[in-house]
Ligand binder design. Structure first.
Ligand SMILES: [Zn+2]
Length: 158
């Protein structure tokens, strides 16, 4: 076998696999009543049951994947300002609830605010390109490009 990096004892994908199997087990378990009823469901009923319950499975798997893939962002304390490149410290942690086609997903990530650029951002979700463009416009010699002055969320309040 190859000697994979032994930074962590657990392969993150293996952890996702374990969590996904748990989700699958829970999902299958809620199928049990279908096996206990007198007559088996029709194919249509089975399909409808599947449609109603699949978000539980898919959402759970998606949550497991997100937890593994974004684990490093949860505890991220420093990030580079996307506009000026200055390293800045995390102001706070923000929960993020997302509704996806696969179901709801909850994440937590840091919020960073560059006082020089007056730009706040969450590294995971928003590439603040537009905000950086506005910073460049504020600093540049030309004013009145059609973009109104923007007040970036200053992030001073938790
Ligand atoms: Zn900056």
């Amino acid at each position: 076998m190859g000697c994979a990096a032994r930074v962590l004892d657990l392969d993150p994908l293996e952890e996702v696999r374990r969590m996904a199997h748990e989700q699958l087990d829970q999902w299958l378990e809620q199928m049990r009543p279908l096996f206990e009823q007198e007559k088996p469901p029709t194919l249509l009923e089975l399909s409808q049951h599947f449609t109603r319950s699949r978000q539980q499975l898919l959402g759970g798997v998606l949550q497991s994947l997100a937890d593994a893939l974004y684990a490093h962002l949860k505890d991220q304390r420093q990030a580079r300002c996307p506009c000026c490149g200055k390293p800045i410290r995390r102001k706070r942690r923000d929960p993020k609830h997302g509704n996806t086609l696969q179901g709801p997903v909850d994440l937590e990530r840091g919020y960073f605010y560059c006082t020089d650029c007056r730009v706040g951002f969450h590294p995971l979700h928003e590439e603040p390109v537009a905000a950086c463009n506005q910073v460049a416009a504020r600093r540049g010699p030309q004013v009145g490009s059609g973009f109104g002055p923007s007040t970036a969320t200053d992030g001073s309040r938790p």
